[in-house]
Design a protein around this ligand. Structure first.
Ligand code: ZN
Length: 337
């Protein structure tokens, strides 16, 4: 059996011997196996009947809660190893023989109930490079949590509520966990639905009041509260209303907050660089740990990061045709993950 080949074909196509794997396809493709690394919408597809889908149980259940039926998924395929990628609940990297290691989306640090991406050696590394540029090095998470707690404390002193915004799956559960000591705690219904799956998987998120924007927007308590919501522009109808009627302070959480303009792009009062991805230094460490002969980069700064790796002596190039248009660059109009 010769070595594996990696190409892009509606997903990341890996051919090894007579077996074809397609990783994180955007739509149905012909393959012996398809792999769904995690339950963010930009990594999801609707499998056809009989398609063999490799995914974790948590990914299958989160997908179902978001309206995607992945069918009877499996985690057990001969020659295939799934490793926790630390990105969100259920997220996995995949290693195919000792040939190919694909990170999916990955985080390089422990955060609350999430660990960091586990690595193994492989000849070919296919990696996400969302923050693959040297200006993206995230601060320690503990410091960020402390700073946000001080911000909430001073808002409570003045009687102002605080809205914490992040992706409804992943970021919102970290926010629910980190800031659970504040009362009353209100969860946007989209966040509440994802929190529920986490609780089913043993993540200790506290109960909160669910918020349906269509019904509850004029029925929130007066005085301070904390609400966790999907990311939205401060200029959106809901956020503008919460600001005007309740004096809410809007806080956005994203790795892109390291870029100076993010807060203004989002129309938020504050922004903090809390990310579910590896920062630049963590991406470099990941490459060193896998110690590959060849690196293919996908998402974000794919070309820039491949160029930096080449300077360090690695063979690297972007897998150009495979880019997720949703998560690559910051935008107030970006669809919900
Ligand atoms: Zn993701």
């Amino acid at each position: 059996m010769g070595g594996a080949s990696v190409t892009s074909n509606g997903g990341i196509q890996v051919d090894l011997g007579a077996t074809r794997y397609v990783l994180d396809p955007h739509s149905h493709v012909r393959a012996d196996y398809t792999f769904v690394s995690h339950a963010h919408i930009d990594h999801m597809h609707s499998p056809s009947k009989g398609e063999k889908v490799i995914a974790s149980v948590a990914t299958r259940e989160l997908a179902r809660a978001r309206g995607y039926d992945l069918g009877a998924t499996t985690e057990e395929v001969e020659g295939v190893e799934l490793l926790d990628s630390g990105h969100i609940l259920g997220s996995r990297a995949i290693r195919i023989a000792d040939e190919v290691y694909y990170t999916g989306d990955a985080s390089g640090r422990n955060r609350a109930f999430l660990g960091r991406c586990k690595t193994r050696r492989a000849r070919i590394l296919v990696m996400e490079t969302t923050y693959g540029s040297p200006e993206y090095v995230f601060p320690p998470t503990a410091k960020l949590v402390k700073d946000v707690n001080s911000l909430i404390a001073s808002a409570y002193d003045r009687g102002n509520p605080v809205v914490l915004m992040g992706y409804p799956l992943g970021k919102a559960q970290l926010l629910s966990y980190f800031f659970s000591s504040w009362e009353p705690m209100i969860y946007h219904e989209k966040v509440a639905a994802m929190n529920e799956v986490h609780v089913d998987h043993g993540v200790p998120l506290k109960a909160g009041k669910a918020f349906d924007p269509a019904k509850d927007v004029d029925r929130l308590p007066r005085g301070p509260w904390v609400m966790i919501t999907p990311m939205a522009s401060g200029r959106s109808r809901l956020m503008a209303h919460l600001k005007k009627e309740y004096g809410a302070i809007l806080v956005a959480f994203s790795g892109w907050a390291l870029g100076g303009g993010y807060k203004y792009t989002m129309g938020a009062d504050y922004s903090f660089p809390l990310s579910d991805h590896c920062d630049y230094e963590e991406l470099i460490s990941l490459v060193q740990a896998v110690s590959p002969e060849m690196v293919y980069t996908v998402h974000g700064f794919a070309a820039e990061f491949a160029r930096d790796l080449k300077r360090m002596g690695f063979s690297a190039r972007p897998l150009a045709a495979y880019q997720s248009s949703l998560s690559d660059y910051p935008s107030a109009q970006r669809p919900v993950k």
